[in-house]
Design a protein around this ligand. Sequence first.
Ligand code: ADP
Ligand code: ADP
Ligand code: ZN
Length: 216
Amino acid sequence: MILVLLGPPGAGKGTQAKGLEDRHALVQLSTGDMLRAAVAAGTDLGRKAGDIMDRGELVPDELVIGLIAERMDADGGPKGFILDGFPRTIGQAEALDRLLGERNKTVDRVIVIAVDDDALVARIIGRFTCAGCGEGYHDVFKKPKVADVCDRCGGSEFTRRPDDTEEVVRARLKAYYAQTEPLIGYYEQQGKVASVDGMADIETVEKEIDEALKGV
Ligand code: ADP
Ligand code: ADP
Ligand code: ZN
């Protein structure tokens, strides 16, 4: 199964992707995570992408398409993918259709996670991540069960993203509405969209997504 998670920054794509990996034996492909790894490793790609990400703009299509193409073959196998944060432009969506077509696959379902702007900003500002396993947390909405200890791996080191500030979030939201939201229409034309209410709590959203995947 090829599943696309579509929604603005902070909607819960990463959170839901991790849950789907555990429940459905799918592999999460997050272009944001791949780009941050490239920045941390100081690769050519990381040097190109870093400043753009700090400003909250989208990195050029060809760079992320290349990343996805590589990973699709490396992690491919019999399992399906959860695409988290890709595609983000019509050009990326068209490239994805081509890449999948060459492999006799297709996007099976596009889950749109809808959340109000004010809630998005609150979610982004309070977000932090386990440095050990990548599990996502929130200062208010999803604290570790034991303070400063990761529920998933027991680690005690956490990170916050440099672009998770109010100012940069506003720029990221602008990029979302201008460049990414039009993808909803693109996939509606293909009859693939299921929308979920992302304002609900994490468990309720999980249930709604599982419901939308029945019969896929
Ligand atoms: P995205 O990957 O779409 O940017 P995340 O999954 O990282 O979003 O979620 C953003 C922040 O909001 C995280 O701190 C996460 O713990 C929190 N969060 C995710 N889903 C919900 C929800 N349904 N209700 C409240 N907070 C949530
Ligand atoms: P979010 O929490 O906003 O969903 P991501 O981790 O998906 O954030 O992305 C962080 C940044 O990485 C984006 O603001 C953008 O600069 C870059 N990025 C990630 N995925 C893409 C993509 N598919 N196309 C272009 N830029 C991307
Ligand atoms: Zn952890």
